[in-house]
Design a protein around this ligand. Structure first.
Ligand code: ADP
Ligand code: MG
Ligand code: ZN
Length: 638
C-alpha cells in the first residue's frame, strides 16, 4: 500500500468515527428528552415515600425498585446518577437508616469519574470536529494540499506507472543488452554480491528527446518486477530553498525501504547542471539538491539493491561529479534509430492499427531517416487519424505519406490565400532547390516538391536519402550548400528580384560553411584545427567570454573563408540553373498548376519524358502517386 493510499483510508476512518460519535451523542440527547416524564414520575415516587425497595447500580445507573402497593419489580435507567442521588436524597437517607443492609453501595469515585467523562464528551467532540474541519479546509485550498506533502518526493510507485517490458522497446538492441545485466541484478542480487561484484549504482541514459529513454527505464522496472520510483528533475526544483534536497532524501528513503527498487530521475539536467555556473549565483536551490543527490548516491552501499537510472539529452551540461565512477558510471547512449530500428518501432506501433495492402513498412522505415521513436509513433497515429477522418477502414500509404509531411512541417494550409506573386516566387524557389540537387551527384534524390503551405514553410523540397550514412564528405557538404542556395539563386536569375523567404536557407548554408572551416577542418587555408568551443550554446556563467580561443586575425580569416565557400557555391549554383533554364520554367509552371510533383514525375520531367502539354490540358490528371516516401526531414522554408 502506498503512503498516499493509507493516508486516505485513515481519513475516511476518522470521518466515520466522528459520524458515529455524533449520532450516539444526538440520540442519547433525544432519549433523555423522552425519558424526562418518566424521570419525574420516578422521583415523585421517592418524594412521596411510595418506594418500598430499591437498588441502584452506580455504574450503569440501573435502578430496580418496588412500590409499596405493588409487588412487581420495576426497572428504570437513571440518566444521571448524581442528579438522581441529590433529587432523592431525603427519602433514601430515611430508607437507608431503616434498612441497614441497604442495597445501595456508595462508590463516589466511580460516580465522579463517569460524570466527568460524560461532561467531557461534547468538548472532545468539538475538538475532533474542529480539527477535522481545519484539515479538510487545508486540503481543499490548493496550496494547503501541497503543504501537507511539503518536502516529500511526489512518488508514483511501480503499480501506478505504466508497465513496459523490453518487448515494447523496438530496435535499441545494444542499449537493451546493457540493461539486461541490471535487470538480472535486481532479480537476484545475491548472485552478484556473493562474488563480490559491484553493480553500477547509477545508469545514465543519454540521447535526444523521443528516442525512448523513459521507455527503456520503465522496461527495466517492468522486467525486474520491482518498484519503480520515477521523478522528474524539475520536480526537485521548487520555489522554496531546501525542498529539493529534502525530496531527494525522501526519495532514497522510500526506495531503500522497498529495495530492490529503481529510482528513475527523468531530465536530470534540471538538477544536475554544473555547480557554480548559471546566473542564479553560487548556492542556489539547485546546487543544494544536487549535493544531496551526490550524498545519497554515495551513502548507499552496493548491496542495497537500489539502482538509480537517470535520463538526459544534455550530457554536456551535467556536473562532472555526477559522472564520476561510483555514481552514474554506466552511460548508455540512446541514439536515433537506424533503418532496422525504425522498421521494428513501426511494427510495434502498427500492431493495433489496420494497415492497407499498399503499406510497406520497410519503405516507410527507409524514408524516415532522422525520425525518433516518438516521431514514428506520431506518424502512425496521424495516419490513423487521417484514415478515420476519411472514413477508411485501413490506413493507406497516402495517409502515411501525408502524416509524415505533417510531422516534418506541420499540416497543409490549403485555405490560406496566397497571392499569385507569392506562388510564383515559391514555385521558382523550390524548383531551384530541386534542380540544383538533381544535378549534383552527391545529393539525395528529390522525393517531392510542393508549393502548398505547411506550418511555417511556403513550400517544400523533400529529399530521399538512399543510405543512413553517418559520415559526410567535404564534397557532399559543398554540394549541400549549393542545393541550399538553389532557391535564392533561382529567384535572382528568373524573377529579377530576390525575396526575404530565403533567409533560412542562407542561414543554414552559412552555418554549414562555418562548420566546414572551424569544426571539420575542411579548409586548406585554415588547416585541420578546431576553432572555438564545441558547445554551440554559450553556457552563461561558465563559458561566457571563453568561447573564442583564437585571435581577431584568425577570426577575420575564418569569415573570409566562409564567404569564399558561399560565393563559390553561389556561382556554381547559378551555372547549374542557367544551364537548365527550360527545365526551371517548366517545373515552376508545373508546380503553379499542380501544386506538387512527386519524385518519379520529377525525374521524368528532368529526363524530358513529360510533354509540355500537361501545362495546357484543361482537365489535368492528378499527378501520379504511389511513390516511395523517402525524405530527409529537412524542411525548406520556401
Ligand atoms: P525520451 O524519454 O527519450 O524523450 P520516451 O521514452 O518518452 O522518449 O519515448 C516517447 C515515446 O516514443 C514512447 O512512449 C514510445 O511510444 C515511443 N518510442 C520511442 N522509442 C521507441 C522504441 N525504441 N520502441 C518503441 N517505441 C518507442
Ligand atoms: Mg523522457
Ligand atoms: Zn529554400
Amino acid at each position: 500500500m502506498t503512503p498516499k493510499k493509507s493516508k486516505g483510508i485513515i481519513t475516511y476512518l476518522l470521518l466515520i468515527v466522528i459520524a458515529v460519535f455524533c449520532l450516539v451523542f444526538i440520540s442519547s440527547r433525544i432519549n433523555a428528552d423522552a425519558d424526562k416524564t418518566e424521570y419525574t414520575t420516578v422521583i415523585s415516587y421517592f418524594d412521596n415515600k411510595q418506594v418500598s425497595y430499591y437498588k441502584l447500580d452506580l455504574g450503569t445507573g440501573e435502578l430496580t425498585y418496588k412500590l409499596k402497593d405493588d409487588e412487581t419489580e420495576k426497572h428504570y435507567t437513571v440518566p444521571n446518577v448524581n442528579i438522581f442521588l441529590t433529587d432523592t436524597e431525603n427519602y433514601r437517607q430515611e430508607y437507608n437508616e431503616d434498612n441497614p443492609d441497604a442495597p445501595l453501595v456508595q462508590d463516589y469515585i466511580k460516580i465522579t469519574d463517569r460524570t466527568w467523562l460524560y461532561s467531557l464528551i461534547p468538548v472532545l467532540l468539538t475538538i475532533i470536529l474542529g480539527i477535522a474541519i481545519l484539515y479538510f479546509m487545508m486540503k481543499q485550498s490548493g496550496g494547503g494540499g501541497k503543504y501537507t506533502t511539503f518536502g516529500k518526493a511526489n512518488l508514483k510507485n511501480g503499480a501506478s506507472a505504466r508497465k513496459a517490458t523490453f518487448k515494447d522497446v523496438a530496435g535499441a538492441d545494444e542499449e537493451k543488452q546493457e540493461l539486461v545485466e541490471i535487470v538480472d541484478y535486481l532479480k537476484n542480487p545475491k548472485k552478484y554480491t556473493e562474488l563480490g561484484a559491484k553493480v553500477p549504482k547509477g545508469v545514465l541514459l543519454l540521447g535526444p528527446p523521443g528516442t525512448g529513454k523513459t521507455l527503456l527505464a520503465r522496461a527495466v522496472a517492468g522486467e525486474a518486477g520491482c518498484p519503480f520510483f520515477p521523478i522528474s528533475g524539475s520536480d526537485f526544483v521548487e520555489m522554496f530553498v531546501g525542498v529539493g534536497a529534502s525530496r531527494v532524501r525522501d526519495l532514497f528513503e522510500q526506495a531503500k525501504k522497498h529495495a530492490p527498487a529503481i529510482i528513475f530521475i527523468d531530465e536530470i539536467d534540471a538538477v544536475g547542471r554544473h555547480r557554480g555556473a548559471g546566473l542564479g549565483g553560487g548556492h542556489d536551490e539547485r546546487e543544494q539538491t544536487l549535493n544531496q543527490l551526490l550524498v545519497e548516491m554515495d551513502g548507499f552501499t552496493g548491496n542495497e539493491s537500489v539502482i538509480v537510472i537517470a535520463a538526459t539529452n544534455r550530457r554536456d551540461i551535467l556536473d562532472p561529479a555526477l559522472l564520476r565512477p561510483g555514481r552514474f558510471d554506466r552511460q548508455i547512449v540512446v541514439g536515433y534509430p537506424d533503418v532496422k530500428g525504425r522498421e521494428e518501432i513501426l511494427r510495434v506501433h502498427a500492431k493495433n492499427k489496420p494497415l492497407g495492402p499498399d503499406v510497406d513498412i520497410k519503405r516507410i522505415a527507409r524514408t524516415t531517416q532522422g525520425f525518433t521513436g516518438a516521431d514514428l509513433e506520431n506518424v502512425l497515429n496521424e495516419a490513423a487519424l487521417l484514415a478515420a477522418r476519411n472514413e477508411r477502414r485501413a490506413i493507406t500509404e497516402a495517409d502515411i505519406e501525408e502524416a509524415t509531411l505533417k510531422v516534418i512541417a506541420g499540416p497543409e494550409k490549403k485555405s490560406r490565400i496566397v497571392t499569385e506573386h507569392d506562388r510564383k516566387v515559391t514555385a521558382y524557389h523550390e524548383a531551384g532547390h530541386a534542380i540544383a540537387s538533381y544535378n549534383l551527384p552527391t545529393q539525395d534524390k528529390v522525393h517531392q516538391v510542393t508549393i502548398i503551405q505547411r506550418g511555417m514553410a511556403a513550400g517544400l523540397t523533400i529529399y530521399r536519402p538512399d543510405t543512413d550514412d553517418q559520415h559526410v564528405s567535404r564534397n557532399q557538404m559543398r554540394e549541400r550548400i549549393i542545393t541550399m542556395l538553389g532557391g535564392r539563386c533561382a529567384e535572382e536569375i528568373f524573377l529579377d528580384d530576390i525575396c526575404t523567404g530565403a533567409s533560412n536557407d542562407i542561414e543554414r548554408a552559412t552555418a554549414t560553411a562555418r562548420n566546414m572551416v572551424t569544426k571539420y577542418g575542411f579548409s586548406s587555408k585554415l588547416g585541420t584545427v578546431t576553432y572555438g568551443s564545441d558547445n554551440d550554446e554559450v553556457f552563461l556563467g561558465k563559458d561566457y567570454g571563453h568561447t573564442k580561443n583564437y585571435s581577431e586575425a584568425v577570426a577575420a580569416q575564418i569569415d573570409e573563408e566562409v564567404r569564399s565557400i558561399i560565393e563559390k557555391a553561389y556561382s556554381d549554383c547559378t551555372a547549374i540553373l542557367r544551364a537548365n533554364s527550360d527545365k526551371m520554367h517548366f517545373l515552376a509552371k508545373y508546380l503553379l498548376k499542380y501544386e506538387k510533383i512527386d519524385g518519379d514525375d520529377f525525374e521524368k520531367l528532368m529526363r524530358g519524358e513529360i510533354s509540355e502539354s500537361v501545362l495546357t490540358d484543361d482537365a489535368p490528371e492528378e499527378p501520379v502517386g504511389g511513390l516511395g516516401f523517402d525524405e530527409e526531414p529537412s524542411p525548406e522554408n520556401n
